[in-house]
Design a protein around this ligand. Structure first.
Ligand code: BES
Ligand code: MN
Ligand code: ZN
Length: 506
């Protein structure tokens, strides 16, 4: 997909389609200043249609005018915005995706849209500037374009396109072109990073193994000159990662601890460290899960996939910061050698853990990764994990669960999520909950009983994150969708990239 930014001049629009937005003001339909210019160019065609009540300005309504007189384009797509006062960012995202897929359905390959035309309508929101709107449009285009083809037959691969190839973004004469272009690049990086995360996450467990993830990381690292190191089980054993390795014992696929170092900032500047749960299949182990929907446990590596998506986006954006991406990857399967309920293991930190349920494996993997990353002397550590079904019960599919030992970090993550429509919601990690993790036979148990399951999981991790500012995102409800539209969402790549962008400003 190509996006170009041009100062608008109606006479030069030779694209196949031109999108014009119209808005409903009480009973009447209004054209924007750009719409007025278009109207003039096509001999008052638009205003004539409005007068004869032939155009509909309700939200997501599209009227198409073919071969508009006086214009170079083949068609005008007149898109309704409804009442501009009622537009918010979520509706705008939805509208943009709707437009992109509508264009694709009509097999339109090149399209011009005026950013000023749109921005006019979106009151009371941050989407005020043409640059932000450009970013939203680019992200929507990427999200519409994503399609899973990796393990499908040839016919699926040849299916119709799902987004136009070329977009021309028209800006006002006095708009800041550089800033619009920068936001197009940000939108592209988020779009590509998100789509990479989706692709990895959607792959079946027999393809996407820990070894596969390590290879994917190495490829990204090579392309963008990031140092990638992969620890195998022998190296992890030397480091004393008894918790992580215990999860992998029941699997024939060896566990991997993947690290990617992106150095865009000053040498020695404390990095942001991202740690992703990369469980390429979670059957539960000896505490085996029920069969229904167990296939979805291939998604238990979405945290890891989102770290790789962010690293890729960073490579594209070349942000002046240092970021370390870590993916702790393993399978969790039942086997004669697998963890058994009641087993006690020793973590890298030296804390002993009684495994009362082998299905609470995410925290076993992550706790050693959290100890490992201390060596990077992090500014902050954010872990991302499909950690608990309880988080889905608490927050559903709209917000990721956020847990943190630092209010400033938590607020920054919440704000980043809000601004890109990839929201999180904070839950507590108070010491009172730690009692639920008491064990008679070890320093801590790996489960905390029926109550507050997402919180006790986070409280378990908190014990291993005492030495730095830490946040944990439980993405069990947000990382993928079930049902007929089953598939990875690519969340929270958008949130994380926005968080990194925001750290540059503060
Ligand atoms: N990967 C799962 C969490 C999960 C469950 C994510 C459902 C998405 C949907 C995790 O490893 C797990 O099995 N957690 C257990 C913990 C329990 C045994 C304390 C859970 O949530 O049931
Ligand atoms: Mn599990
Ligand atoms: Zn799991």
């Amino acid at each position: 997909m190509k996006f170009s930014v041009t100062r608008q001049s109606i006479g030069e629009i030779g694209e196949h389609s031109l999108v014009v937005f119209i808005r409903q003001h009480q009973k009447s339909i209004k054209l924007s200043p750009f719409g007025e210019e278009v109207d003039k160019a096509c001999d008052k065609l638009l205003s004539g249609l409005i007068r004869r009540k032939q155009l509909d300005a309700s939200l997501e309504h599209i009227d198409v005018i073919f071969e508009p007189y006086g214009m170079k384009c083949k068609q005008l797509m007149v898109v309704g915005l409804g009442d501009p006062e009622k537009l918010d960012k979520t509706k705008i995202r939805k509208l943009l995706s709707f437009i992109v897929s509508n264009l694709a359905r009509r097999e339109i390959d090149d399209v011009a849209l005026s950013l000023s035309d749109f921005v006019q309508g979106s009151a009371g929101d941050q989407v005020q500037t043409q640059a932000h709107f450009a970013q939203l449009l680019v992200e929507s285009a990427y999200s519409s374009r994503y399609r899973y083809t990796e393990t499908k037959g040839k016919t699926d691969k040849k299916k119709k396109k799902s987004a136009p190839e070329k977009f021309k973004l028209l800006i006002e004469k006095d708009a800041d072109k550089g800033s619009v272009q920068r936001h197009v690049v940000i939108g592209q990086a988020i779009g590509e990073g998100t789509n990479l995360t989706k692709s990895l996450a959607n792959l079946p467990g027999n393809v996407c193994t820990p070894t596969y993830l390590a290879k994917a990381a190495r490829e990204i690292g090579k392309k963008y000159s990031m140092t990638t190191t992969v620890l195998d089980e022998a190296k992890m054993k030397k480091l004393g990662m008894g918790a992580l390795l215990s999860v992998s014992k029941g699997s024939r696929e060896p566990a991997k601890l993947i690290t990617m170092e992106y150095i865009g900032g000053k040498k020695g500047q404390a990095p942001v460290v991202l740690v992703g749960k990369g469980l390429t299949f979670d059957a539960g182990g000896i505490s085996i899960k029920p069969a229904a929907a167990m296939d979805e446990m291939k998604y238990d590596m979405c945290g890891g996939a989102s770290v790789l998506g962010v690293m890729r986006a960073l490579g594209e954006l070349k942000l002046p910061i240092n970021v370390v991406g870590v993916v702790a990857s393993s399978e969790n399967l039942p086997d004669g050698a697998a963890n058994k309920p009641g087993d006690v293991v020793t973590s890298m930190k030296g804390i002993t853990i009684e495994i009362l349920n082998t299905d609470a494996e995410g925290r076993l993997i992550l706790c050693d990764a959290l100890t490992y990353v201390k060596k990077f002397k992090p500014a902050v550590v954010i872990d991302i994990a499909t950690l608990t079904g309880a988080c889905v019960v608490a927050l559903g599919q709209h917000a990721s669960g956020l847990f943190s030992n630092d209010d400033g970090l938590a607020d920054a993550i919440l704000a980043a999520g809000e601004s890109v429509g990839d929201r999180a919601w904070r839950l507590p990690v108070w010491d009172e909950y730690q009692q639920q993790l008491k064990s008679n036979f070890a320093d801590v148990a790996n489960i905390g009983g029926r109550f507050a399951g997402a919180v006790t999981a986070a409280c378990f991790l908190k014990r291993f994150a005492e030495d730095y500012k830490w946040a944990h995102l439980d993405i069990a409800g947000t990382a993928w969708k079930s049902g007929t539209h089953k598939g990875a969402t690519g969340r929270p790549v958008g949130l994380l990239i926005q968080y990194l962008l925001d750290t540059l400003e503060s």
